[in-house]
Design a protein around this ligand. Structure first.
Ligand SMILES: Cc1cc2nc3c(=O)[nH]c(=O)nc-3n(C[C@H](O)[C@H](O)[C@H](O)COP(=O)(O)O)c2cc1C
Length: 378
C-alpha cells in the first residue's frame, strides 16, 4: 500500500510527523524516530537567545478517573490520559550544537523529511536578521523545510512565540524575512490563542508562507490540589501559564483547523493536536490537512512513539484498503472531503418547517440588514 504523500513539494514516506517537542530534541531521538518509521520530524525549536528552563518537571500529564469526575496529575491505576501540560521553553541547545547534528541526520536519512523549527525575536532589524541566520544555517545542513515557531504560549518576551502569532503584521513580516533567504518550503506554526486564526494565517500567506501548522498548545494552568492548595505543577508555590496538549485539545484544534481550511481551501496545512491514533489523524485529513504532527502521544510511548507510528501507518493502510473501491490510493484522495460539512447553525435542519433564520427577523428582533448584516448570517 502506498503511504507516500507530497506536501509543500516534499515527498514524505507517510504523512505522519513528530512535532517540535521533546521527542525531537536530540540527534539520537530523531534517528530513532526515522528508524521507527516516522515520515518526517520537526526539530525541537532552535533559537539564538539564551534559554534556561524552570527547576523541576517541564511537562506533566493530567488524567481522568473512569468512575468519578476526578482530574489530577497524580499517578493512579485505571486513569485515562486527559492532556499534557508543559511550560518548557525552546531547545536549550545552541545553534552551534544543532548544526553538525542536522547535517549528520540528513546524511543518515537523506530521504526522510527533516524540518527545522526556528524562533527569534521580531522587535527590530537585528532580531529579524536572527530569523534569517537560523534559516540559512539549517538549510545549509540540507534540512528539507523550515517551521516558524510563532506559537510558543509561555514567552516572557512580547516579540516572541505566541505574542508574534497574535499579531498579523508581525506574522507577515517574519514569514517574509525568512522567505527572502529560504530556498526550502517555509511553514508557519500559529497559535490557537487568538480570536480568529484566519487573520494571522492570512498574514502568514501574504508574507509568503508555504503552509500553516496548527495547533501549538493552548494557554492553560495546572489544577490546584484540594488538600495542599498548591498547583499540581509549581516551583516555590508559583506557576505561570503553560501549554495544554493531548486528547483534550483534539476537538479544539479541529475547530481552528476547519476555520483555516475553509478560508484557504487551496493552501497546505499540517494538523496538530491530540492525535494518538489513525482515527484521530483522519479528522485532520478530512478537514483538509496534507500531513499531521504528534507530540504528547509519542512522549508517552518510549519518548519517540514507535507504537504510535506503527498504529498510524497500519491505520492508514487499512483505511485505504477499505476504500479501494472508491479508487483512493493515498491521502491526497480524501484530503478535505469533509471540509465543507461545517456550516452556520442556521443551515442545520430544524424539526419543524418554520425557518430559524439564525435568530434574525423574528417578532421583536432586528432583521439581518438592520444590524449591519447583509443577507443571512454566515
Ligand atoms: C513538552 C512540550 C514541549 C514543546 N515544545 C515545543 C517547541 O519547542 N516548539 C514548538 O513549536 N512546539 C512545541 N510544543 C508543542 C507541540 O509541538 C504540539 O504542537 C502540541 O503539543 C500539540 O500536539 P499534541 O496534542 O500531540 O501534544 C511542545 C509541546 C510539549 C508538550
Amino acid at each position: 500500500m502506498d503511504l507516500l504523500t507530497t506536501f509543500t513539494g516534499l515527498r514524505f514516506h507517510n504523512p505522519f510527523l513528530l512535532s517540535s517537542a521533546p521527542p525531537t530534541e536530540s540527534e539520537s531521538n530523531i534517528l530513532r524516530a526515522f528508524e521507527a518509521g516516522w515520515g518526517g520530524v520537526v526539530t525541537k525549536t532552535i533559537g539564538l537567545h539564551p534559554v534556561v528552563n524552570v527547576v523541576g518537571p517541564k511537562t506533566k500529564f493530567l488524567r481522568a478517573d473512569a468512575d468519578s469526575a476526578r482530574l489530577s496529575m497524580k499517578k493512579r491505576p485505571g486513569a485515562a490520559l486527559h492532556s499534557s501540560w508543559n511550560w518548557e521553553l525552546i531547545s536549550d541547545k545552541t545553534l552551534d550544537w544543532w548544526v553538525p547534528r542536522l547535517g549528520r541526520i540528513k546524511q543518515a536519512f537523506p530521504n526522510h523529511m527533516l524540518v527545522a523549527s526556528i524562533m527569534a525575536g521580531s522587535g527590530n532589524d537585528t532580531e529579524l536578521r536572527h530569523w534569517q541566520e537560523l534559516a540559512i544555517a539549517c538549510q545549509d545542513q540540507k534540512c528539507d523545510a523550515l517551521e516558524l515557531n510563532l506559537s510558543c504560549p509561555h514567552m516572557d518576551r512580547p516579540d516572541m512565540g505566541s505574542n508574534v502569532g497574535k499579531d498579523k503584521e508581525l506574522v507577515s513580516i517574519v514569514a517574509k524575512v525568512v522567505k527572502e533567504v529560504a530556498k526550502i518550503p517555509v511553514w508557519a506554526k500559529l497559535t490557537p490563542s487568538t480570536t480568529d486564526i484566519v487573520v494571522e494565517a492570512r498574514g502568514a500567506f501574504l508574507g509568503g508562507a508555504d503552509a500553516i501548522s496548527s495547533s501549538n498548545t493552548f494557554t492553560s494552568l495546572p489544577l490546584i490540589d484540594q488538600d495542599t492548595l498548591e498547583f499540581e505543577v509549581q516551583v516555590d508555590g508559583l506557576v505561570s501559564t503553560g501549554g495544554l496538549g493531548g486528547p483534550a485539545i483534539l476537538p479544539l484544534s479541529l475547530a481552528k483547523m476547519s476555520q483555516l481550511t475553509q478560508a484557504f481551501p487551496d493552501k497546505s496545512f499540517s494538523g496538530i493536536g491530540g492525535i494518538s491514533t489513525f482515527e484521530h489523524a483522519l479528522n485532520y485529513f478530512l478537514l483538509g490537512c496534507g500531513t499531521v504532527q504528534i507530540c504528547t502521544a509519542a512522549m508517552l510511548d518510549h519518548a519517540i512513539g514507535p507504537g504510535v507510528i506503527r498504529d498510524l501507518n497500519q491505520g492508514l493502510t487499512r483505511f485505504l484498503e477499505k476504500h479501494a473501491d472508491k479508487g483512493w490510493k493515498n491521502v491526497d484522495d480524501f484530503v478535505g472531503l469533509r471540509r465543507d460539512r461545517i456550516v452556520a447553525q442556521s443551515k442545520i435542519r430544524r424539526p419543524d418547517e418554520k425557518d430559524y433564520r439564525g435568530g434574525y427577523d423574528a417578532e421583536g428582533y432586528a432583521a439581518a440588514d438592520e444590524v449591519g448584516v447583509s443577507g443571512r448570517p454566515r
